[in-house]
Design a protein around this ligand. Structure first.
Ligand SMILES: [Zn+2]
Length: 93
């Protein structure tokens, strides 16, 4: 994963939820201003919804479809696969 800059303080970090470094994220959460920052990650439900919209067919082998659709979602195959697995687990529960 490539390093990114925090949108508030420009501190470089590898993992930035909502584009914020840990310090800024905690500060925003404390102040209740997290909603001001755009969510960069999709929820599992949103990802599955998009995959379905793009033509994912659960009756066909899933892996090749996820591999083909991942770039269209701007996601990595691993990221899509993870969302899919979580989705399946939720269905089974
Ligand atoms: Zn910051």
């Amino acid at each position: 994963m490539s390093a990114q800059k925090c949108v508030r303080c420009a501190k470089v970090a590898t993992r930035l939820p909502r584009g914020l470094c840990k310090g800024c994220y905690n500060r925003a959460r404390y102040r209740g201003t997290l909603g001001d920052y755009e969510r960069k990650t999709r929820t599992v439900a949103e990802t599955i919804e998009e995959l379905t919209h793009l033509g994912l067919d659960e009756r066909l082998p899933i892996a090749p479809q996820l591999r083909a659709l991942a770039p269209q979602l701007g996601m990595t195959y691993r990221g899509v696969e993870r969302a899919w697995n979580r989705h399946r687990k939720q269905q089974a529960a």
